[in-house]
Write a protein that binds this ligand. Structure first.
Ligand code: AHR
Length: 507
């Protein structure tokens, strides 16, 4: 069958801005994400600044990471921030009961995290402890971080070497409070969210963006219970904004939670099942948004997908509690199709955080001792970074022969999104078909383009991945297959299982 697709884009009709924060990241005290990933300690032979690995920083800086969520995840709800400040040798130790039952020495704490964010040029997103902490503890953390002048927590911060307050906007009110964050009912947590939000104060000109812990997957009832708390019918001028954002989590896997599938040893059927699962994110965002629209029609509360990505069975021989997995071309295509969905939902989706940046789940980089490997997913983030804070452009896809039967449904194998920023058009195109190429026409209306350039991410096999010995097996390469159509559009052939970006100046 001839597979063709036309993407109709009105380049002069700008839609809502794609928040750069949908390109956010997540770093938890889990496995080797923090220790041996981001942080090796000052005495390490690996080049570091204050213990923070400089090769990791350099690799991630190229992604323009907008924000970094920390310290969890499930770990956040057993983390007590005062254990992670002051001279490192004196910091109390604890057991990380959720992730591998290993000892946590608290050497990476508040100051180290904020230093990491400064090195990355990323905004911090701190997830506070609701599950096993106290209102006072969380309130004091905010004071310690963001208050200026003189106060008990300010004096403590200064005694620990930091004179000026940090700017901390994003604040999580717990994590997965329906599960590892306290096993609460939505009604109970809704009250706690209001209570904790009350005492997480805005100090000086630091305005918190409080994010309530939200649903898993399609638990729209949870979202509704939380949204009722900000209901403001007839009170448009003074809505009761206990929280400004509401989160939800969704992970992609080929199988079930009990048998998620291997990261590298999978067949084409597993691949298609994965892509069907990945595509589900569209319905989930639409579903949560629809509930939010009922209570917040003016879209004042942001939807925050602060955990997403692929979750596979751990690599054989690694600690099952460390969630270490390889990352193939399949993972990259899961990421690229998620971004198309994020761009389409720019009006409600204000932030998303892939889990997790280094050495855990769908990572950007994997470290092997002194070596660092950029994963295929890394390249998607890099190729797409100019969508950050760009105006979204609607893409109307007309396809022929690109649907593929999977189980009892059909998978559309072409995915696309587009944006414009500073007169530069960026179009992202994914061909999910495992075997067949697709001829794609960009029907550009309302403007013409100059100097189109394209980049391609693909490999001969879906299972291809990067290793220390072969770090660039899957990496972005220039793609010179773009031609012009007679009516000012562009045409290219998307190779099987590929991701392509096309950039051009608008005239
Ligand atoms: O990202 C791994 C874990 O997944 C997080 O700690 C938790 O929030 C979620 O269940």
């Amino acid at each position: 069958t001839q597979r063709t697709a036309t993407a109709v884009i009105n380049v002069d009709i700008e839609g809502p801005t794609i928040s750069r924060h949908v390109y956010g990241h997540f770093a938890e005290h889990l496995g080797h994400c923090i220790y041996e990933g981001f942080y090796v300690g000052e005495d390490s032979p690996i080049p570091n600044e204050g213990g923070i690995r400089l090769d990791v920083v350099e690799a991630l800086r190229a992604l323009d990471i907008p924000n970094l969520r920390w310290p969890g995840g499930c770990f956040a709800d057993e983390y007590h921030w005062k254990d992670g400040i002051g001279p490192r040798e004196g910091r109390p130790r604890m057991v990380n009961t959720h992730w591998g039952n290993v000892e946590e020495n608290n050497h990476f704490g508040t100051h180290e995290f904020l230093a990491l964010c400064e090195l990355l040029g990323a905004e911090p997103y701190i997830s506070g402890n609701v599950g096993s902490g106290t209102v006072q503890e969380m309130s004091e953390w905010v004071e310690y971080l963001t208050r200026d002048g003189d106060s008990p927590m300010v004096r403590l911060r200064k005694a620990n070497g930091r004179e000026d307050p940090w700017k901390v906007r994003f604040w999580g009110l717990g994590n997965e409070t329906w599960g590892c964050g306290g096993n609460m009912r939505a009604e109970y947590y809704a009250d706690l969210a209001r209570q904790y939000a009350t005492y997480c104060r805005d100090h000086g000109d630091n305005k918190l963006y409080r994010i309530a812990a939200g649903a898993s997957d399609a638990d729209y009832a949870w979202t509704e219970t939380l949204m009722k708390q900000i209901s403001c019918f007839g009170c448009e001028a003074t809505p009761k904004n206990f929280f400004q954002g509401l989160s939800f989590h969704y992970y992609t896997m080929a199988g079930s939670w009990d048998a998620k599938g291997s990261a590298t040893d999978f067949d084409v059927e597993d691949y298609y099942r994965t892509m069907v699962a990945a595509r589900r994110i569209d319905r989930l965002i639409a579903g949560h948004s629809a509930v939010m629209d009922c209570y917040d029609p003016n879209r004042k509360v942001g939807l925050v997908l602060d955990e997403w990505g692929t979750w596979w069975d751990v690599e054989p021989g690694t600690n099952p509690g460390f969630l270490y997995q390889q990352n193939t071309l399949r993972d990259a295509l899961v990421a690229s199709t998620h971004f198309d969905v994020f761009h389409r939902h720019a009006e409600r989706l204000v932030m998303a955080n892939i889990a997790q940046t280094v050495n855990v789940l769908q990572a950007m980089v994997l470290t092997e001792g002194e070596r660092l490997v950029r994963t295929p997913t890394y390249h998607v983030f890099e190729m797409n970074k100019r969508h950050q804070d760009a105006a979204s452009l609607a893409v109307h896809l007309v396809t022929s022969g690109t649907g593929r039967p999977v189980a009892d449904g059909e998978l559309e194998t072409v995915s696309a999104s587009a944006s414009v920023r500073d007169g530069e058009l960026l179009v992202s195109l994914t061909n999910l078909d495992a075997e067949a190429a697709t001829e794609l026409t960009l029907d550009l209306r309302g403007g013409t383009v100059d100097e189109p350039t394209a980049r391609l991410l693909t490999a001969d096999r879906l299972q291809a991945h990067n290793t220390g010995d072969d770090p660039d097996a899957v990496s972005a390469r220039p793609f010179d297959g773009v031609t012009r159509t007679t009516d000012g559009g562009l045409r290219l052939t998307l190779p099987p299982h590929s991701f392509v970006t096309v950039a051009a100046r608008l005239r």
